[in-house]
Design a binder for this molecule. Structure first.
Ligand code: HEM
Length: 317
């Protein structure tokens, strides 16, 4: 009969195998394809050099991927008979961008690796980190080994992606559903230190809000009239091409662009954290990196779940 010690050893070995097989690791591609990460970095750098906004767009793609059934590249699937594309969800339609850059990265990475071994979900996670770095922000070790979904859900995207009209309790609840706390909410909203928003997403705030700096509202109304010009862009903070703390400095001055931005500093439970990020850039950087890793760990497909897509826009059949 097997001894108690032997059985315990077997159990611990099984547990080790289970956790290594099904957990993400920053070293996942070290032996499989050591050139994968440097290739992604190079191509993100080139894309951001060509257009600074692309860094913001790529960061947002990873966020919109992770919040809908986990970080599984579901956002990249084009409409097809069995695919209700998330690209057509309210928050993504005529808004999410950067898909061509992801296609280009995928093609190049598959070429240097010799075959399709890097998932589209991992490419999104690495491209988000490299974008933040390219715009002067913090770096972090991206956890890797995600696999790609074979499904997408526009319905789930409409339910789970936060709207710019949400108040603080709704935002807290939206993040809580993803296992993210108030600190994650404030740190990750700091992603709005880069990029732009369309007039229709902030019109109500600049014409009707009372918690807004009047000079700022006036400035924004110039390019965002009461009706029409819905797609005119405004920067989410005064330095949209730099990953800095201007976003938080702005919130303290009631110069947040979206209702959901200003809600983070509006007399509620997140005021102190906003103030502290505005004063201590290192604190924001550290927390942003930590929360990005946490967001990147939302419900990944691992082991033999899902697949490694050949084309990020299509399921392999
Ligand atoms: C807290 C809830 C959030 C809401 C309600 C929200 C909403 C929005 C909206 C409405 C836009 C403008 C889209 C458009 O006009 O086309 C936007 C842009 C953006 N968001 Fe968020 N967002 C949130 C959180 C986040 C998070 C967590 C990140 C990343 C960590 C992020 C990154 C970005 C970036 C980088 C842009 C600019 C994209 C570009 O210029 O292409 N957002 N967001």
């Amino acid at each position: 009969m097997a001894s108690r010690g032997y059985i315990l050893l077997q159990i611990s070995l099984l547990l080790t195998v289970a956790t290594t097989a099904f957990s993400l690791s920053p070293y996942y591609y070290k032996n499989i394809c050591p050139e994968a990460l440097p290739t992604i970095k190079k191509l993100v750098g080139a894309a951001v050099y060509k257009e600074r906004r692309m860094g913001a767009s790529l960061l947002r793609l990873h966020f919109h991927d992770c919040f809908v059934n986990g970080c599984d590249a579901s956002i990249l699937l084009d409409p097809a008979p069995n695919i209700d594309s998330e690209k057509n969800a309210a928050a993504n339609q005529n808004s999410a961008r950067g898909f061509e850059v992801i296609d280009q990265i995928k093609a190049e990475v598959d070429k240097v690796c010799g075959h399709p071994v890097v998932s589209c979900a991992d490419i999104l996670a690495v491209a988000a980190r490299d974008s933040v770095v390219a715009l002067g922000g913090p770096s972090w070790k991206v956890q890797l080994g995600r696999r790609d979904s074979t499904t997408a859900s526009r319905t789930q995207a409409n339910l789970d992606l936060p709207s710019p009209f949400m108040d603080l309790p709704a935002l807290i609840n939206n993040f809580k559903k993803q296992g993210l706390n108030q600190r994650d909410l404030v740190a990750l909203s700091g992603g709005h230190t880069i990029g732009f928003a369309q007039c229709f997403t902030f019109r109500n705030r600049i014409y009707n809000a009372t918690n807004i700096d009047p000079a700022f509202a006036k400035e924004r109304r110039v390019t965002c009239p009461p009706t029409g010009e819905n797609t005119n862009l405004a920067p989410l903070d005064p330095t949209p091409a730099f990953f800095d703390t201007a976003y938080f400095n702005n919130l303290v001055k009631q110069r947040g662009l979206l209702i959901s931005d200003q809600e983070l500093f509006n007399g509620g439970s997140t005021d102190n954290l906003v103030k502290s990020y505005s004063l201590y850039p290192e604190a924001f950087w550290k927390d942003f990196a930590k929360s990005m890793i946490k967001m990147g760990n939302i419900k990944p497909l691992t082991g033999n779940q899902g697949q490694i897509r050949v084309n990020c826009r299509k399921v392999n059949y």
